[in-house]
Design a protein around this ligand. Structure first.
Ligand code: COA
Length: 546
């Protein structure tokens, strides 16, 4: 596979994934799932081949994004003695440990692809064994300026920090707002200003905010280091000012160089806006690592020796993924490739079979799994709500495995109260405060997206497989609905097709990123290891209509 693949998969996932709260695996209450995959069947082989093509396409796009071709900007950047954004991240985190990059393909297929990764790298890595959220501007993408998706990505990283109580490091190298887009990124509630509001709130809740100024930090951007708990600045490279030299000249006539106005020496010796003066990028990142030694934030624990890997190969999942999302994907096969020892303690097995619920150990940690196995009907909705309550009362985190065409429709089901039973599930999902991670492994359509902890339900993380799609319904159904009410809309099928595509979703940050199915267990293990236990308050649900 490509270089980027090697970078992402080896560098990011090569090491042992540490997990807190590990328990020894008890095989007694868990039964090994017996896989029924026939890897010699034509169906399996055809699916496998078709999915490999999808996967190759995904890795090609990932490669293009990470190794973007802004060669002139990259050369200029390197000539200034600066490291690239991902190189900075690599140097900051503990050597040989994983970095989980979020939403790498943000802004893809928008803005003529001039904003790879939306010009910002965000993710989770370990700094002195302490998990942290890292936000790094990519100055080789339009001077590291912020378009709508850059802001969304930055704010999403801060949300993750808040929800999982993780310190934040900002590797700042940015010209601030991308001025041609100012109306879309400046004034609204979740626009640029939200970044600083979040910093103040995060700091107040005891979540450390550390800035490393490695380039420009202009106008509003100046508040990123200024609002941080501690700030490092690189000599002859980092600058912080509310108005740059051209603006100062225009406003006051004063002629001043960037360094004189707001360089490293000015801010560490005169203004006090920064606290540490670093000699270069590597020195600055080392100072940041030293600061982490003084932080009182949680450390990651080492894995227990008792962890048993699944008995089935994760790559076999490729052969399960059909080319048509209307065909079901057997969730037991997926659970068998996520769970320790492929073992599952199933709950309410014979009831509401279109939803599979039960407990697994994931790197020794108890996790409640809710997986779609067809339409949601009354029974499966009730079963899901019941299971969520169990996990909430027992403080067990939840994993939603989402592949859902929606709730079942029709007179019988409406009379039976599918809306009321579905509402119970949505109530339970909304009010459960245990950590939740959602993986879309096929379709995510209609209210099924809500009931299975879609983005609006604030799961700690939401990930997609490369075959996944999200939309309110399929294009042809939408066309039929409109025709049935007498409205004619041309091109609706094509529009739905385009808008439900994986890249459309990930470009707009409806998810936190795309993962290769074979990495599912490791990624989930890593992400659950950084979630916080449920807040120590009484369990509280709303009114369930009976
Ligand atoms: N809005 C829109 N585009 C911007 C921009 C901004 N704020 N800042 C930089 N750019 C663009 C440049 O036009 C250039 O585009 P191109 O590659 O299509 O030619 C690209 O980003 C790189 O800028 P450049 O000046 O060539 O790079 P640099 O590394 O020498 O300097 C900055 C980068 C950010 C220091 C410098 O561009 C700058 O000072 N920008 C203005 C910052 C500002 O005043 N922001 C206020 C917004 S709140």
């Amino acid at each position: 596979m490509s270089d980027v693949n090697v970078f992402i998969k080896q560098k990011l996932f090569s090491s042992v994934i540490p997990m807190p709260h590990h328990n020894a695996f008890s095989a007694m209450s868990y039964k090994k799932i017996e896989s029924i995959i026939d890897s010699t069947s034509d169906l399996y082989r055809n699916n496998y081949k078709a999915f490999r093509t999808v996967l190759t396409g995904y890795y090609e796009r990932l490669n293009e994004t990470v190794n973007h071709s802004n060669t002139k900007a990259i050369e200029k950047h390197k000539q200034r003695g600066k490291l690239l954004a991902r190189e900075r991240v690599n140097l900051l985190i503990d050597e040989g440990t994983p970095f989980f990059e979020l939403s790498t393909m943000a802004a893809i297929d928008q803005y003529k692809n001039n904003f790879p990764s939306a010009g910002i790298i965000t993710g989770i890595g370990l700094i002195n064994k302490k998990p942290a959220v890292i936000v790094a501007n990519d100055a080789t993408v339009k001077g590291g300026t912020y378009i709508r998706e850059t802001i969304k990505k930055h704010i999403r990283a801060q949300e993750i920090a808040a929800q999982n109580h993780l310190p934040c490091v900002y590797l700042v190298d940015s010209g601030g707002i991308f001025l041609p887009q100012q109306a879309e990124v400046f004034p609204d509630r979740f626009d640029f200003g939200r970044i600083f509001f979040n910093q103040a709130r995060l700091s107040a809740s005891g979540i450390p905010q550390i800035s490393v100024v490695m380039g420009s930090c202009t106008a509003g951007g100046a508040y990123i280091p200024a609002m941080s708990d501690e700030t490092i600045i690189v000599r002859n490279q980092g600058t912080i000012f509310i108005g740059g030299p051209p603006l100062v000249k225009a406003a006051t006539g004063e002629e001043v160089t960037a360094e004189e106005l707001g360089g490293g020496e000015v801010h560490t010796q005169i203004s006090g806006v920064a606290d540490y003066l670093a000699e270069n990028d590597a020195d600055a990142l080392q100072i940041c690592r030293n600061i982490f030694e003084t932080l009182n934030s949680k450390e990651i624990e080492q894995l227990s020796d008792n962890i048993r890997e699944p008995v089935y190969d994760g790559e076999e999942l490729y052969g399960l993924i059909p080319d048509d999302l209307k065909k079901n994907i057997n969730p037991y096969e997926l659970i068998a490739r996520i769970a320790d020892a492929s073992a599952f303690h199933e709950f309410k097995k014979e009831y509401g079979k279109t939803l599979v619920t039960g407990f697994i150990k994931l790197y020794g940690k108890e996790v409640g799994v809710i997986a779609n196995n067809g339409f949601l009907n009354s029974e499966s909705s009730l079963k899901g709500a019941h299971f969520i309550e169990l996990c909430e009362f027992r403080s067990i985190p939840l994993l939603f495995l989402q592949n859902i065409t929606g709730f079942i429709v029709g007179k019988t089901h409406e009379h039976k109260g599918i809306a009321r039973d579905g509402a119970k599930l949505i109530h339970a999902v909304s009010n459960a405060r245990v950590p939740k991670i959602t993986l879309v492994f096929g379709g995510s359509f209609g209210a099924g997206n809500y009931a299975m902890s879609g983005r609006a339900f604030e799961p700690n993380f939401l990930l997609m497989w490369p075959n996944s799609k999200i939309s309110v319904m399929g294009g042809s159904q939408a066309q039929q609905v409109l025709e049935a009410i007498g409205a004619r809309e041309s091109g609706l099928i094509e529009q739905f097709e385009k808008e439900s595509m994986l890249y459309f979703s990930t470009s707009r940050l409806w998810d936190d990123g795309i993962i290769d199915p074979k990495d599912t267990r490791k990624v989930l293990g890593l992400l659950f290891s950084v979630t916080e236990p449920k807040p120590d308050k009484e369990n509280k649900f709303g009114i369930f209509r009976m």
